[in-house]
Design a protein around this ligand. Structure first.
Ligand SMILES: Nc1ncnc2c1ncn2[C@@H]1O[C@H](COP(=O)(O)OP(=O)(O)OP(=O)(O)O)[C@@H](O)[C@H]1O
Length: 269
């Protein structure tokens, strides 16, 4: 990251006027995936991004991660412009391929700490701490092929937490899991988030998952030129119940918001 652009204040992540387009080498034209995206994420907040398939959720998250630059606009994390990946932002992907198959659970989790040359005693303490937090202590010597899909996602989460980032950026991390495992991991994620007080940005297709987990839910419009069309506050206390009438009302409201393109800009921020 480079120069300070804004005072961090109450903004963990600030996305201002961001667009991303891709050149089509065959036609010489370009495809504008997202345009004019404005979104502020507060420190310690759990914010989900929902949107139709292909609208640009992953593209937006990858830009916050610093994997690719915006074509226009600016992204700042704690007041610093993002221009590359950084240890302050940890990314959890949908695919279990993000876990190194040739390393044990412990080695996977320790990986970032080794790269940063954290001394062995500190490394071991940190790894034990996060393995305990994600419930993988008993599996530390196993290889990924010996783990279930849910356990592999826990390895990814533990690996991110070991680096103690300010924000966790999660790209449909539970998308490939069966419904029961998914719900269990949602509960675990809330517990971990509450224990570690990280800012979390969570991309999902699943409105109910977003309402269950989040402080606020940002809804994107369909692409091309997708934008954040509204941001909805979820005021429900935790632990949440999926059969709570207010939970069901919010889920149904967000579902219709997602499926109906609205031209007004009321909810933009
Ligand atoms: N490297 C690229 N080159 C060209 N087009 C791209 C590239 N990456 C993404 N796109 C296009 O940008 C749009 C947004 O893609 P993205 O994967 O961010 O959407 P998404 O909302 O995360 O989708 P899904 O919910 O299906 O995972 C899509 O139309 C996609 O085809």
């Amino acid at each position: 990251m480079s120069q300070t652009t804004t005072s961090a204040g109450s903004r963990a992540i600030e996305i201002r006027g961001v667009a991303r387009w891709f050149d089509d080498v065959k036609t010489g034209g370009r495809y504008t995936a997202i345009q004019d995206v404005d979104l502020t994420v507060r420190p310690g907040e759990f914010l989900s991004i929902v949107g139709p398939s292909g609208c640009g959720k992953s593209t937006l998250l990858h830009m916050v991660a610093g994997f690719e630059p915006p074509s226009a606009g600016e992204i700042a994390v704690r007041g610093h412009r993002v221009d590359r990946p950084g240890a302050d932002r940890g990314v959890v992907f949908q695919s279990e391929l993000a876990v190194f198959p040739w390393l044990t659970v412990e080695r996977n989790v320790e990986y970032g700490l080794r790269v940063r040359k954290v001394p062995a005693p500190q490394r071991q303490a940190r790894v034990s701490d996060v393995l305990r937090l994600v419930g993988l202590e008993a599996h530390r010597d196993k290889y990924p092929r010996q783990l279930s899909g849910g356990m592999k996602q826990r390895v990814q989460i533990a690996r991110v937490l070991a680096n103690d980032p300010d924000c966790m950026l999660m790209d449909e991390p539970f998308g490939a899991l069966d419904a029961q495992t998914r719900m269990r991991l949602q509960d675990e994620l809330v517990r971990i988030w509450q224990a570690k007080v990280k800012t979390v940005v969570f991309v999902t297709h699943d409105v109910s998952e977003a309402v269950y987990l989040s402080d606020r839910v940002a809804v994107m419009s369909p692409g091309p030129a997708a934008r954040v069309k509204s941001v909805v506050e979820v005021g429900l206390p935790r632990p949440r119940r999926r059969d709570d009438p207010e939970f069901l009302r919010l889920t149904s409201m967000l579902t219709s918001e997602l499926h109906h393109e609205r031209e007004d800009d009321d909810g933009r921020q």
